[in-house]
Write a protein that binds this ligand. Structure first.
Ligand code: PSV
Ligand code: MN
Ligand code: MN
Length: 435
């Protein structure tokens, strides 16, 4: 990292304090794993290859439709969001890219933004469009929909905005556009269900046509909210059908919070991977709906099972050379925690699930499945899931120049106190645009 946000010497000092304990834990785990025929150093090297992008909008404190309780020293613009994301990456070393959201993160000086971000070791992942709220001075409202609106003018405006997002993304080095629309109906009869999807597809064809050769468009579905009766892109079936219609550059994005309760999300992942349409993820966790809670905070086993499917897909892709590289991003809203702390621990939780899934003895699992040894098949997954790989993750971070304990190092740095002074809140401002 060319311009680390935090003092690197201080991070090393923090690491030195826990080095002996970490070493002991690492050696003990190494012994456990070697009895299972697993080389711990290989796993640590694998952990170092993991990356998950940060959502720019999650650097500020989130809110609900009832209230937003502002945090201290919140970023007041995209450059300050980058600085906060720089802290997350410096300490965790697993978040080398940021996913921007336009127009919230719009800048006239893309090259300056790129340079500053690169200095923090950050690049840019998928850019996100926003046609789910009206912006000041906007000509046509999205009150009754955007890409699927009855109004041709609203649809054209929404298409144009997505094309602008591609243009901005090109300047920053992004390679994908994520499209989530809130379009849908709140009442039976409000929309012709089929007509809405037809209009959405027509609009998406225009956006698809503006994609550079090496770009993808990710279609993000969500069951409900803000449309509470019928959402146009409500489920993975609709998302998949739309991606099929549009062409090879169109793929599906799975946000873990966007499904009906108890949906088997890992099976959706397996299906999309099987048919070459798994574009990427928005990782978060939820108990009820689109809760946007920290990854792994509610159902870490589900996160592990998702990564178990990803490991299976990666293994298959390796054997037939088909290439498998879904985009990993977080999408969370931090209402009661310091966003930097939540982002750091969430990124590590996703990396944890990745490493636990790598620990699954896939040959043994296959054999138990073939012989219908149901109990042992289930135990094979559990054996991997129950393994505490914390020492692997911490060692990978330290070897890459990050922090053994990111939250402790962050708190010791006094960063939040410093930005609280440096960033007095703007009157009436909110970090994401959502008030
Ligand atoms: C919608 O709920 C969503 O998950 C989409 O990814 C949006 O871009 C993001 O949240 C906005 O907060
Ligand atoms: Mn999302
Ligand atoms: Mn969401």
């Amino acid at each position: 990292i060319k311009n680390p946000v935090l003092d690197a010497g201080q991070v090393a000092e923090q690491n030195a304090k826990v080095q002996a304990n970490l070493q002991a834990d690492y050696e003990a785990l190494g012994g456990v794993l070697s009895r299972r025929g697993v080389d711990i150093d290989k796993l640590t090297a694998l952990a170092a290859t993991f990356a998950v992008a940060l959502p720019s909008w999650a650097a500020g404190t989130g809110g609900t439709r009832f209230a937003r309780f502002a945090g201290k020293g919140e970023p007041r613009g995209v450059f300050e969001k980058m600085e906060d994301c720089g802290v997350v990456h410096q300490l965790t070393r697993v978040t080398p890219a940021v996913s921007l959201h336009f127009p919230w993160d719009k800048t006239d000086d893309a090259s300056a933004l790129k340079e500053v971000a690169n200095g923090y070791g950050l690049g840019f992942d998928a850019v996100n469009s926003n046609t789910f709220q009206d912006q000041v001075g906007q000509e046509h409202t999205y009150k009754y929909g955007s890409l699927s609106a009855q109004s041709g003018a609203a649809r054209a405006q929404a298409v144009q905005h997505n094309i602008e997002c591609i243009e901005l993304g090109k300047k920053l080095g992004s390679k994908a556009l994520t499209v989530w629309v809130g379009d849908g109906a709140n009442f039976p009869g409000q929309n012709n269900l089929r007509g809405s999807l037809e209009r959405y597809l027509d609009s998406m064809k225009d956006i698809y046509g503006a994609l550079p050769d090496d770009w993808n468009v990710f279609i993000e579905h969500k069951l409900f909210e803000p449309a509470f009766y019928a959402t146009v892109i409500a489920d993975w079936g609709t998302s998949f059908a739309a991606a099929q219609q549009l062409g090879p550059k169109a793929k599906c994005l799975v946000d873990l919070g966007h499904h009906a309760p108890n949906t088997n999300i890992e099976m959706i992942v397996a299906r999309l991977a099987q048919f070459g349409k798994l574009g990427g993820f928005h990782f978060n966790d939820s108990k009820y709906g689109d809760d946007d809670l920290d990854s792994g905070s509610i159902n870490p086993f589900q996160l592990f099972l998702v990564f178990n499917e990803l490991a299976d897909a990666a293994e298959r892709a390796k054997s037939d050379n088909s290439g498998f590289n879904p985009a990993y991003m977080l999408d969370q809203s931090h209402n009661v925690t310091d966003p930097i702390e939540s982002l750091m621990s969430s990124a590590v939780e996703v990396q944890r699930a990745f490493i636990q899934a790598a620990l699954v003895d896939r040959n043994a699992l296959r054999a138990f499945q073939e012989s219908n040894d149901v109990l042992q098949a289930a135990q094979t997954l559990k054996a991997a899931y129950r393994t505490d790989v914390s020492a692997i993750l911490a060692t990978a971070r330290v070897r890459a120049g990050g922090a053994a304990d990111p939250v402790a190092a962050y708190r010791a740095s006094g960063y939040r106190e410093k930005v609280t002074v440096a960033r007095p809140p703007k009157a009436g401002a909110s970090s994401s645009g959502i008030v």
